[in-house]
Design a binder for this molecule. Structure first.
Ligand code: CS2
Ligand code: MG
Length: 395
């Protein structure tokens, strides 16, 4: 079998996505997700200009070789754009392998260890009161066993800044000191509303300095968070050690990591309890299974990033990883906008606090290119935050 065509498909069904479709001379094709919120066009250009010429005529089964060719063969290694491009291709190649052998992806990864995948969903209501009401509805009406809250404003309509006329990032206000107090008050109210048997995850979204994160985590300890997510920025690994030493609250970390080597200190030093890389940002399935194995070695569980700005293809890949890995922890289930379901079919569905999926060969998703064309791509930026003195803060 040989690769004959590589298509990059940019589309915006309320949120920007970049898909990769790899076609072979056998008629089989594979699909992958290369979406990088705020930089999709740059990823598409890299694939079209540099990676596609290396793929045409290749055997799609040589997945590891192609991964190494892009990662090491370019001499300059990694970065968000390269790793997202590599992921879109990597997923499509695994999809072809699954389809050509008639097996679902999880079977290629070692087979199922579990049939259901514990998941958590985002509480996205407008103001804090609405969020508290939504949190109890999630538990009482939808049967969720774990819910997730976050620092700052939830993105409006889940679109992360895609506006009609957007010539730069949307700016949101941010005051870490105010937020420390409102976070604790809010968490306590949500705990009262949902009761002690529901897991509560709080995403601090890398927004706090180590001292601020420690103040929040110490005050939340009596209210038993399931875990605190990304309390600090990932840039300085030693800051994570510092935070870890001062709290007993479980820590999930890593949606901004771009490689196994960035994950290594946090995992091998037991500074975290859950590794939550984004499969797109680390170069796809080939690398995710290596990171899962690394984490298993050090008793760290997985909690792969699964927000609503990744497509059902990535949610499906997460699910295949979840069912086949030993050290599965929990899966984020970003409630996908219904419009993306017009473009991408398949993917996991929600059932009683868990995610379930069928046994279709490969990843189990397909792309409707005509539907994608109905939602033309609109360049957009991830929002930024500005503090009271107007200085910039990460979003
Ligand atoms: C968040 C994401 O799901 C999460 O944990 O941190 O929603 C993140 O803000 C987005 O992926 C950014 O595009
Ligand atoms: Mg997060």
């Amino acid at each position: 079998m040989k690769i004959t065509q590589v298509k990059t498909i940019l589309t915006s069904p309320n949120q920007n996505y970049l898909f990769v479709k790899i076609v072979t001379d056998s008629g089989l094709y594979g699909v992958g997700d290369a979406s990088l919120n705020g930089r999709e066009q740059a990823v598409a250009d890299l694939i079209d200009a540099y990676l596609t010429p290396m793929l045409i005529g290749r055997d799609p089964g040589q997945i590891e070789d192609f991964w190494q060719l892009v990662y090491r063969g370019s001499y300059w290694r990694g970065g968000n754009i390269v790793m997202s491009a590599l992921c879109g291709i990597d997923m499509a190649l695994w999809d072809i392998l699954g389809k050509s052998s008639g097996k679902p992806l999880y079977a290629l990864l070692g087979g199922k260890m579990r049939s259901r995948v514990l998941c958590y969903s985002h509480v996205l209501g407008g103001n804090k009161e609405q969020q508290i009401a939504q949190a109890s509805d999630y538990v009482k009406k939808r049967g969720l066993k774990v819910i997730r809250l976050r620092a700052g404003l939830p993105a409006s309509n889940g679109t992360f800044g895609v506006k009609k006329e957007q010539c730069g990032p949307v700016v949101e206000p941010w005051d870490p000191e105010d937020e420390i107090y409102s976070t604790i008050e809010f968490f306590v109210k949500v705990r009262e509303a949902v009761g002690k048997n529901v897991g509560i995850i709080y995403d601090l979204h890398e927004r706090f300095s180590p001292d601020q994160a420690i103040r929040i985590m110490n005050r939340l300890e009596p209210y038993d968070p399931f875990f605190i997510e990304d309390p600090i920025a990932p840039d300085c690994p030693d800051s994570l050690r510092y935070v870890r030493e001062k709290t007993t609250v479980p820590i999930a970390f890593g949606e901004l990591y771009k490689s196994r080597w960035e994950c290594l200190p946090a995992i091998s030093n037991h500074w975290i309890d859950f590794i939550r890389c984004d499969v797109i940002r680390i170069g796809g399935i080939t690398e995710a299974r290596k990171i899962a194995a690394l984490a298993e070695t050090f008793d760290v569980k997985t909690a792969w990033h699964g927000p609503n700005d990744v497509s059902p293809i990535t949610h499906a890949v997460n699910w295949h990883l979840n069912v086949s890995e030993y050290n599965f922890g929990i899966q984020e289930d970003g409630t996908a906008d219904s419009l993306i379901k017009e473009v991408i079919s398949g993917g996991p569905s929600y059932q009683d606090g868990c995610l379930v999926m069928g046994d279709a060969p490969g990843i189990g998703c397909d792309i409707d290119e005509e539907a994608a064309a109905r939602y033309p791509f609109r360049k957009a930026y991830i929002p930024i935050c500005r503090q009271k003195d107007e200085s910039l803060h990460t979003w």
